[in-house]
Design a protein around this ligand. Structure first.
Ligand SMILES: [Zn+2]
Length: 296
């Protein structure tokens, strides 16, 4: 039985919060079992359906999640506007599963967008919004990330603002997938110090994603712990194209404290821990480009 609207909103936000915590611990992705058997407040409430790409729990008037799978590559379904084209369920466009997805659109209710990267690897984007439907072509338009809040997309005042929003949406849509891919490639381990705690790791871009070359591919990524990510981003630590870690001369000359000694100085001239598969190795070209900005 559906809950009252206050209870629905409260429960939905509690699910988002617990899922975020799970993602933090897991390194940004979850298995099918973890999602099907998800528990909230002591009760099982699956976040994905056993067999369908949409989850419409009886407790909610609107859809809780949709799954887009790697068999139909996500990027192929994303238009230049950064929005996902999500095909309507077969059958009646106003009935069945489509009905609750439309309610999510009309009430601007946030949903979870899962990308199934490969069997048993699901990456959530929270929140996502159903922002429009193209009934003649039988698809819904879905935007992911906070920037996708319908208010910011509905009637952009001018073309520049619209383009900016689209870029932000595009980047946000790709960020969770990027993180999961990098975490999987590096087996949830810092490439510099081998710390293996996903909740302390980031997926760092080699070429920053504000740069047009900073594409969200694994080869432009590194799994780095928070301290090494920060040091890398600020060019206090560099990684040369031959996969060697360099610490800036400024930090090498300093003294004081175990953090400085063990976490920073001892990493100078250490070889990078590389992914198991060579196809996921960091791009030498990207490292070269980035290393040119490192101050020795
Ligand atoms: Zn580290």
């Amino acid at each position: 039985m559906a809950l009252n609207s206050y209870e629905q909103a409260r429960l939905r936000l509690a699910i988002f919060a617990d899922l975020e915590i799970m993602m933090d611990r897991n390194g940004g992705y979850a298995s099918r079992d973890e999602l099907v058997n998800f528990e909230i407040e002591g009760k099982r409430l699956g976040l994905i359906d056993y067999s369908r790409g949409i989850r419409n729990p009886i407790e909610f008037d609107s859809t809780l999640s949709v799954v887009t799978s790697a068999e139909s590559p996500y990027s192929d379904n994303v238009g230049d506007d950064g929005l996902l084209r999500y095909s309507m369920r077969s059958g009646d466009p106003v009935g069945g599963d489509n009905r609750k997805l439309r309610v999510a659109m009309e009430t601007r209710t946030p949903i979870i967008l899962f990308e199934k990267l490969k069997p048993n690897v699901y990456v959530p984007s929270i929140p996502a919004f159903v922002i429009d439907e193209i009934r003649s072509e039988r698809y819904f338009l879905i935007a992911a990330g906070e920037a996708a809040w319908p208010g910011s997309l509905a009637t952009p005042e001018d073309e520049i603002a619209k383009r900016y929003v689209e870029q932000v949406v595009k980047r946000r849509v790709h960020q969770p997938v990027f993180r999961a891919r990098v975490m999987i490639a590096y087996q949830r381990t810092c490439a510099v110090c081998r710390l293996a705690h996903p909740e302390l790791l980031d997926a760092a871009h080699i070429v920053p994603d504000s740069n047009e070359r900073g594409v969200a591919r694994v080869n432009n990524g590194l799994a780095l712990c928070k301290i090494h990510h920060a040091a890398f981003d600020r060019n206090l630590m560099g990684i040369s194209p031959d996969y060697v870690v360099h610490v800036s001369g400024e930090l090498l000359r300093e003294s004081g404290g175990t953090m400085l000694k063990h976490a920073i100085q001892d990493m100078h001239n250490v070889g990078l821990s590389l992914p198991a598969s060579a196809e996921n190795y960091p791009s030498r070209e990207a490292l070269d480009f980035r290393f040119s900005t490192f101050i020795h």
